[in-house]
Design a binder for this molecule. Structure first.
Ligand SMILES: O=C(O)CCC(=O)C1=CC=C[C@@H](O)[C@@H]1C(=O)O
Ligand SMILES: [Mg+2]
Length: 376
């Protein structure tokens, strides 16, 4: 398939509620959508998960727009791609900028699957018809509010509860939730808010039968996480530290984690995510698919990835209604009793809702192999 045109939409959506982590609070969500069109007029979609502020990773919406426009699109326009794995290869000379790469590569994966009359799950080698999903809950104003929020999501049937923690908002909140819900599958995400100086506090987590503690230490660390895992019964799960198969291999060999949160954008796309999956299956490392507060396109990619057999734990792909009054795909992603039915349509399986997309589009750039124009 020849990549004849790539369109980059600047989107602005606003989440229903603010989302607070150890790094801050967000509710407005500017992001980029990528559409790739082949010579037959087939169209595939990808979503950048970069935030406007580089608190989770070094990339931002602006750095993504530059790298996509000036570096990645010129490498792909006019190219004859027989399999999306080639995109990972074409982009390999570009250092990092994984979220930018992933947004473009995701569009090519969707395009490839549609062109070959496959669901994206089938194209990736996934074999599940439904996926179990959990919910990620931001830091709440009080432990009582956290308990009530957890109660609400358990009532909606979510298969596991992830709560954000940070120094001063950790042990007592987890204790309150565990006392209220002794058996709910429960985990905590620290977003790198602790250091090895906190090891005595972190060892207290072992009292709560948590499934895991996610990224307790520095965002770019695997050594200290290995020292921490030696002291903890609770499995360490890495998120921010893992940007590639090589990072995963080193972390597993060092014993830095027993679980990995795979985020397609963080690792540079579906091809790399699949490589990490295949490696971790062989090493007995459990995986789950993390979220980046995606709109429907990104959420659809997460659903497809989660169909791979090594995604053994419920991930963060909640229904669209977790964050959005209305989504930009139809139908919206729906979690019923903590399960999402994998769509049977080709590609990502959800249709872009162009009326909603246009409603939230604040800018668009069109790149064609023979010209580039700014459409609005
Ligand atoms: O998309 C979701 O629902 C998951 C949101 C979530 O937990 C996160 C999103 C982005 C950065 C972090 O705050 C956190 C994570 O680290 O997984
Ligand atoms: Mg995380």
């Amino acid at each position: 398939m020849i990549i004849k045109e790539i369109r980059m939409r600047r989107m602005e959506m606003r989440m229903k509620h603010p989302f607070t982590t150890s790094f801050g609070t967000m509710q407005d969500k500017p992001f980029l959508l990528i559409e790739a069109i082949d010579e037959e007029g087939n169209s595939g979609w990808g979503e950048s998960v970069a935030f406007t502020y580089p608190w989770y990773a070094e990339e931002t919406v602006e750095t993504n727009a530059h790298v996509i426009r000036d570096i990645l699109v010129p490498l792909l326009l006019g190219k004859d791609i027989s399999h999306p794995d080639e995109v990972n290869e074409i982009f390999s000379p570009i250092r990092r900028n994984n979220m930018a790469k992933s947004a473009v590569e995701g569009a090519i994966w969707d395009l490839y699957a549609k062109r070959n009359k496959l669901t994206l799950a089938e194209a990736l080698g996934g074999d599940k018809e439904t996926i179990d999903v959990g919910i990620s809950i931001g830091i709440q104003d009080s432990k009582e509010q956290m308990v009530e929020t957890v109660r609400d999501f358990i009532g909606q049937g979510y298969k596991r509860i992830k709560m954000k923690i940070k120094p001063g908002v950790d042990i007592e909140v987890i204790r309150a939730v565990r006392e209220a819900f002794p058996d709910v599958p429960l985990m905590a995400d620290a977003n790198s808010a602790y250091t090895l100086d906190d090891i005595e506090l972190l060892k207290l987590l072992d009292d709560f039968n948590l499934m895991m503690v996610e990224q307790p230490l520095a965002h770019d660390d695997i050594i200290d996480h290995a020292k921490l895992q030696e002291e903890l019964e609770t499995p360490v799960c890495l998120d921010e530290s893992i940007h590639s198969l090589e990072d995963a291999r080193k972390a597993v060999e060092l014993g830095s984690c027993r679980i990995i949160n795979v985020k397609i954008g963080r690792v540079g796309g579906l091809t790399e995510a699949k490589k990490i999956h295949d490696y971790c299956v062989g090493k007995g490392i459990d995986l789950w698919c993390g979220g980046m507060l995606e709109a429907g396109i990104g959420r659809a990619h997460n659903v497809a990835l989660t169909t791979l057999p090594g995604f053994t734990l419920p991930g963060d792909t909640a229904g669209s209604d977790r964050y959005w009054e209305e989504d930009i795909i139809t139908p919206a992603v729906e979690a019923v009793d903590g399960e999402i039915t994998v769509p049977s349509g080709y590609g990502i399986g959800y249709e872009p809702d162009l009326e909603k997309m246009n409603k939230y589009t604040v800018g668009e750039e069109v790149f064609r192999s023979e010209m580039t124009e700014t459409a609005r």
